[in-house]
Design a protein around this ligand. Structure first.
Ligand SMILES: *Cc1c(COP(=O)(O)O)cnc(C)c1O
Length: 373
């Protein structure tokens, strides 16, 4: 029996709700399919849940990053310090607004950006710091806030995978001036389609993102106050996600307890390092271990029907797309180390206890066998 990395039955129990919404919104008199009252209600739900000043639903997590960068007026001639290890939008969103991504190395253990390395890469062109919460753990935002304040820099969080994560009482996305969410299917609050949001504690930044997401139009159609983009939100998905938000905390809790169990089982294993234990500042979108013989662990689990993923096989500045934008001679030894070792295990809330045990047993068996050799 296979244990898939992503559950194939993610939306099964909500299928009727979706079909009813398609009929209801699809046949409503106003024929409003984007940015209507359902989107507004969804935004209010998310805003109130974290105590933000504003949440602006938009086309994707990637475009949410772009909206924030634009709203902050970051552009040509400026630099944004981003992690060298993470996903493509960290670099591409910066390049898209005409600024330059400067890659900072990550912490060897947590694999999120290392504040000391960020500090070392600040120049007089640096406009912003953009950390990402990744790999089961939030970035060291308290230190990054200090750093941003000390140097007068903007701070935006790529919190695309950290919706619901909280560090020292402050939710992911509210440590910086703004953060983002992604609702693409595989994320913790994923939906059957494409979508994202800007989350911010700054009402003015929210207002600007709102303007930018719909071609710079404010209240009046065809009156363009600024040059914007098309990054709008779907009404059917908004109604569906508002409905599903009620179960989000419970699904996150299930992810957290699975992660906690894995960490308890893996602590002290030879050759396999779990994330640090604890619940503060943790996100459970994926659960990543670092394994000395990662490819063999992946094959070992694959032979036992357990799906895994390598996030990410290469540091960003080693990718052909971004290498030309990296500074010559720069090195990211911890990002390289992470790319060679990281492996994500299934942690989705549809796993049964027996499946969780099967994954944990297989990892333990591998570590003990590989250790003996
Ligand atoms: C998924 C993801 C994004 C992008 O979100 P999309 O909705 O897929 O555009 C950005 N940053 C991180 C860390 C992500 O995991």
């Amino acid at each position: 029996m296979e244990i898939p990395f992503f559950p194939p039955d993610l939306f099964d129990t909500d299928r009727k709700v979706m079909l009813d919404l398609i009929r209801e919104i699809g046949t409503a008199a106003d024929q409003k399919f984007i940015l209507g009252e359902h989107t507004a209600a969804f935004e209010r739900t998310l805003r109130d849940a974290v105590g933000a000043a504003d949440v602006v639903a938009c086309g994707s997590g990637t475009s949410a990053l772009g909206l924030v960068l634009r709203a902050m007026d970051i552009g040509p001639g400026q630099e944004v310090v981003v992690p060298a290890f993470g996903c493509a939008p960290l670099a591409s969103a910066v390049l898209e607004v005409g600024a330059r991504p400067v890659f900072a190395d990550v912490d060897r253990r947590t694999m999120v950006v290392d504040p000391d390395d960020v500090a070392a890469r600040i120049t007089d062109r640096t406009a912003a710091i953009m950390p990402a919460h990744l790999f089961s753990i939030m970035a060291d935002v308290p230190r990054l806030v200090e750093l941003a304040d000390a140097h007068g820099l903007r701070l935006l969080e790529d919190s695309a995978v950290a919706q619901g994560a909280v560090l020292r009482g402050t939710p992911a996305g509210l440590w910086g001036e703004a953060g983002v969410y992604s609702f693409v299917q595989v994320k913790s609050f994923g939906m059957p389609g494409e979508g994202g949001a800007v989350v911010t504690r700054d009402a003015e930044l929210g207002r600007r993102a709102r303007l930018l997401r719909n071609h710079g139009q404010g209240g009046t159609r065809f009156v363009h106050e600024v040059v914007g983009v098309n990054s709008r939100f779907d009404e059917i998905q908004a109604a569906f996600q508002t409905y599903r938000f009620a179960g989000f905390a419970e699904r996150l809790e299930r992810r957290a307890s699975i992660a906690e169990h894995y960490t308890a089982r893996f602590t002290g294993l030879p050759g396999v390092v779990p994330p640090p234990p604890g619940r503060d500042g943790r996100c459970y979108y994926v659960y990543c271990v670092q394994a000395e013989r990662r490819d063999r662990l992946r094959d070992f689990l694959g032979e036992r029907g357990i799906g895994t993923h390598v996030y990410y096989p290469q540091p960003l500045p080693r990718q052909a797309a971004f290498a030309p934008h990296a500074r010559a001679g720069d090195r990211w030894p911890n990002a390289e180390h992470a790319a060679e070792r990281i492996l994500a295990l299934p942690v989705h809330p549809h796993l049964t206890d027996a499946e969780v045990e099967r994954v944990a047993d297989a990892v333990c068996e591998f570590a003990e066998v590989a250790h003996v050799r």
